[in-house]
Write a protein that binds this ligand. Sequence first.
Ligand SMILES: [Zn+2]
Length: 61
Amino acid sequence: MREQETSDPPTSPHSPHTPHSTSTVERGSFALARCVCGWSGPARRSRDRARADAASHQAAD
Ligand SMILES: [Zn+2]
């Protein structure tokens, strides 16, 4: 087999134009940040911390 497949790059969860839209989700007494790109942050005991995770995720990418 010497076929070269150059047409389709592997699908990546982060396409260059995916806008990061985060929200916080509550799970019991925990809160965690979630993004539409599929990312989710660690469970935090404070919603403010979850928001900080979301903010740094958006800023980092
Ligand atoms: Zn994201």
